[in-house]
Design a protein around this ligand. Structure first.
Ligand SMILES: Cc1ncc(COP(=O)(O)O)c(C=O)c1O
Length: 386
């Protein structure tokens, strides 16, 4: 029998990060620095809002774009934080996480053969989603010397007549890099001169430490050529609720809404009601979680550097991305041996793109005592392998 799987889908390898979690799940006493989601439970008022909505019998579809009151609150939220205003009627869409919003953005804009520039290391879904949409991801590496920020020159060098968009994600998963405003202006300049769209995934926007998040569409001239993706999963510890959003000029948003209408209908009603409370009452909880992540961040980064696992200072999200050069191993072997010998799970950097090779992703979305114990185990490991 012939294979029925499309070439497009067959061409994409399965995600490299799951394999380690599967192995770790079969072991006892594993400390996981592998997981990419908050260890916090969703703050109580947000939880209650979801439960109460269910108890009121709100178990039906919402408008395709999402509950209007939520869109309105989101519009105010983006305006208050970043000074960029979106019309809740025509420029905002509530999605099933940033995952769906990313799919919608790429499906709505990519024609067969269009090129989308993707700086790596990055979230594992970016390049596959470009392929699923029928496009060609053009990978550009970022480097530790630039603290994993992408430069305007690197983007410029990758532009061809087929380039349609640049897909960036800062604060970054897996490196923790945050782009300075100056660096983002370089990207804006390239986008302007070559008439490109920018898709900016800012899902970790509130989790920044000692640096100000610059929202890409707030840069001069960028609102009209940006699709902003954002969410509730990370900032509000709501991964399981599956709710996020897209903000874009009306024509682009309408195209995305068309795809959403036919594939999803509407984001989960319960999650939308919870998200509304997150925007209205979540601020103090976001700040408390951010402060706790910051404490863990400083502990893990100092600890790694003391062990000779050189780690630049991550300024956002909840990941440290140390070089493991000192061990003499490649990142796959390092992660495998560390798991087998010391029962600490990390993710090889190469799972996020070739330029992540030689690094590992250590998530600090785990309690401080566990991070401290993981550092003790790493110390033993490095004494044997350093
Ligand atoms: C950079 C980035 N974008 C998007 C997502 C997906 O988030 P969501 O839960 O909103 O689908 C993740 C999840 O790990 C992520 O790290």
């Amino acid at each position: 029998m012939r294979t029925f799987v499309s070439r497009r889908v067959a061409a994409v390898p399965p995600s490299g990060i799951r394999r380690f979690f599967d192995i770790a799940a079969t072991m006892k006493d594993v400390i996981s620095l592998g997981i990419g989601e908050p260890d916090f439970v969703t703050p109580e008022p947000i939880l209650k809002a979801g439960v109460e909505s269910l108890l009121r019998g709100e178990t039906h579809y919402t408008s395709n774009s999402g509950i209007f009151e939520l869109r309105q609150a989101l519009s105010d939220h983006l305006s208050r934080l970043y000074g960029v205003r979106y019309d809740p009627e025509t420029e905002l869409l509530i999605s099933v996480g940033v995952s769906e919003a990313l799919y919608l953005a790429l499906t709505a804009v990519v024609d067969p053969g269009d090129e989308v520039i993707v700086p790596q290391p990055c979230f594992v879904a970016y390049a596959p989603e470009v392929v699923f949409a029928g496009g060609q991801p053009i990978i550009i590496p970022t480097y530790v010397v630039n603290e994993f920020q992408v430069t305007g020159d690197a983007v410029e060098a990758a532009v061809t007549p087929r380039t349609k968009a640049i897909l960036i994600g800062y604060p970054n998963n897996p490196t923790g890099a945050v782009m300075t405003r100056e660096r983002l202006l370089e990207i804006a300049d390239v986008a302007e001169r070559h008439d490109l769209l920018v898709i900016s995934d800012e899902i970790y926007d509130r989790l920044v430490y000692g640096i100000t998040q610059t929202c890409f569409p707030s840069l001069p001239g960028m609102r009209e050529r940006t699709i902003l993706l954002g969410g509730f999963s990370k900032d509000y510890a709501m991964t399981g609720w599956r709710v996020g959003y897209a903000a874009a000029p009306a024509e682009l948003l309408a195209a995305m809404r068309k795809v959403h209408q036919y594939t999803i209908m509407s984001a989960p009603t319960t999650a939308q009601m919870a998200a509304l409370t997150a925007l209205k009452q979540g601020e103090e909880y976001v700040e408390a979680m951010r402060a706790e992540y910051d404490l863990r961040r400083r502990t893990i980064v100092n600890g790694l550097n003391q062990l000779g696992l050189d780690c630049f200072e991550p300024r956002g999200a909840f990941y440290a991305f140390p070089s493991i050069a000192r061990s003499g191993m490649d990142d796959e072997t390092f992660a495998q041996k560390l798991l087998e010998e010391e029962r600490v799970a990390v993710v090889p950097g190469s799972a996020f793109g070739e330029s992540g090779a030689g690094f590992v992703r250590c998530s600090y979305a785990t309690a401080l005592p566990k991070i401290e114990e993981a550092l003790n185990r790493l110390e033993r490991f490095m004494r044997r392998h350093g």
